[in-house]
Design a protein around this ligand. Structure first.
Ligand code: ADP
Ligand code: MG
Length: 470
């Protein structure tokens, strides 16, 4: 079955992607209409989930029929709670529902058989905190981009509930480390205060649980359960936008926990002020504590993240490759890690040492070629930064050599990377006409043939523009 699936997939995805993301999968078993596949890591699984879930779903239904289901098994060496299968439903219309069934603990707290995570009879409830042990502070590299949030997180972990960061709201774009940091706090609390009841839950799951419980007229159970928690980590609260009823429940839980000196840690992909559709009374409570944002880490920090990651996994690669990745991937940390993993996978599949050449190949294929249209202005800005030339000089009639050259290169790049006409390009340079643009492009080409340094500079710029356009 799996090899049939692979045949279909092979025709659809690029070979490089196929090698990276499908070759390493091994089929484990087939029970009726459920295919179990094994993937090498949590990241790998998440990547598949994010990028190929529809393709996998469609393919599987084609091979196995409408009722097909896929189950993942993640290969891990430690942390046995991750060994449980994750299941994914593949419903007929390409819409995915996904749940890690084992983690959907029922909130009935007096039924130890149904509920492996909650054992009654002890003084404190034993609740599995649902934390991933790999997310630690040690593994979370500090940089200017995250210093405030990371340090606040440390304080919270040391004195949960008894600090002025309650709630701690961590916000920032996708892949910048919100989940990692929030979970690191949870893991650190568990390490320092083993008796504290910690629970990590995504807002999506919180909302789903709430809906289940309200269907069963068990909202009170739901709220009571959450009131038992000492440190509640609620991830991605932007999911609450417009989920009115769930917000009411969370409001009650928040108040109870906060009044009892319990700690709340929230994450959001938007700044609290931009959470339209979240009730003002909740937002005003979010302001009681500290909101700290995560930014894209700078180049040095990106290098350190890669190096820390490699060290943790016992890997090694030439420094120039590390620099190359860190330099070129400046979107977010998840992409950075993705590139690293993809590179490692390529190197082992092709039995080839990791070097700059391989890294270039992988990068070319790694970043999704959604080809954003890059603008003339963006190119102008890149060239100005590169040559340290003021923007207005680029447009004026200055005849200083460096500026003339920077201007010519900009025109050349604009011609090569945008769909603008020569006339439009000329207009972007203080109203020059199209013959000037033609002349500039020719000059650049000629110079590239004769001047090695010039050529290198242009190539480097070209690469920047290319990456920005991906
Ligand atoms: P988010 O929840 O903001 O989308 P994640 O917490 O899932 O992002 O982070 C994405 C990946 O990047 C994770 O594998 C995480 O470990 C890693 N990561 C993010 N920031 C850092 C950092 N400062 N140091 C080390 N790894 C990081
Ligand atoms: Mg997250």
């Amino acid at each position: 079955v799996w090899s049939n699936c692979l045949d279909i997939i092979k025709d659809i995805v690029e070979w490089q992607h196929f090698n990276t993301w499908f070759e390493p999968i091994s089929p484990v078993e087939l029970r009726n209409n459920v295919l179990v596949i094994q993937v090498p890591s949590q990241f790998f699984y998440e990547y598949l989930e994010e990028h190929y879930v529809t393709l996998l779903g469609k393919t599987l239904r084609r091979v196995l029929g409408k009722e097909a289901r896929l189950e993942y098994r993640i290969m891990v060496d430690s942390g046995n709670h991750k060994n449980k299968p994750l299941t994914m439903d593949v419903p007929a219309h390409g819409y995915k529902t996904f749940s890690n069934n084992e983690m959907d603990f029922p909130l009935v707290i007096n039924n130890p058989v149904k509920n492996p995570f909650v054992i009654p009879g002890l003084k404190k409830m034993q609740i599995d905190p649902q934390l991933n042990p790999i997310y630690t502070f040690d593994a979370f590299v500090e940089g200017d981009s995250n210093r405030v949030a990371r340090r606040a997180g440390k304080t919270v972990a040391e004195k949960p509930g008894a600090n002025s960061f309650n709630p701690l709201v961590i916000y920032g774009g996708v892949g910048l480390g919100k989940t990692h940091l929030a979970q690191a706090i949870g893991n650190e609390v568990k390490r320092l205060h083993p008796n504290k009841v910690v629970l990590y839950v995504s807002s999506e799951k919180f909302i789903n649980q709430f809906i289940d419980h309200s269907r069963n007229n068990a909202i009170n159970d739901f709220i009571h359960f959450y009131q038992l928690i000492d440190v509640l980590i609620l991830d991605d609260v932007q999911f609450f936008m417009r989920a009115e009823k769930s917000q009411d429940a969370f409001f009650a839980i928040f108040n109870h926990l906060h009044q009892s000196g319990k700690q709340l840690i929230l994450t959001s992909d938007k700044a609290p002020k931009d959470l339209d559709g979240v009730q003002e009374r909740l937002l005003s409570r979010f302001r009681w504590g500290l909101s700290a944002d995560l930014q894209v880490p700078d180049y040095e920090t990106r290098i350190e993240i890669l190096e820390r990651k490699m060290k943790n996994d016992g890997l090694d690669m030439p420094k120039e490759v590390v620099k190359y990745l860190a330099y070129n991937i400046n979107s977010n940390v998840r992409e950075l890690e993705g590139a690293l993993i993809s590179l490692l996978a390529q190197s082992s599949l092709n039995r080839r040492e990791i070097d700059l050449d391989l890294a270039k190949k992988v990068l070319r294929n790694f970043v999704k070629t959604s080809s954003k249209e890059i603008t003339i202005e963006a190119i102008q800005k890149m060239v100005c930064d590169f040559y340290d030339v003021p923007y207005d000089k680029l447009l004026q009639k200055t005849r200083k050599r460096e500026i003339v050259q920077a201007r010519q290169i900009t025109m050349y790049l604009a011609k090569a990377f945008t769909k603008n006409s020569l006339k439009t390009i000329g207009e972007h340079f203080g109203g020059r006409d199209h013959t000037t643009v033609i002349h500039s492009c020719q000059t650049v080409k000629d110079l590239m043939d004769t001047d090695g340094l010039f050529r290198e500079n242009v190539m480097e710029l070209q690469q920047k523009v290319q990456l920005a356009a991906m």
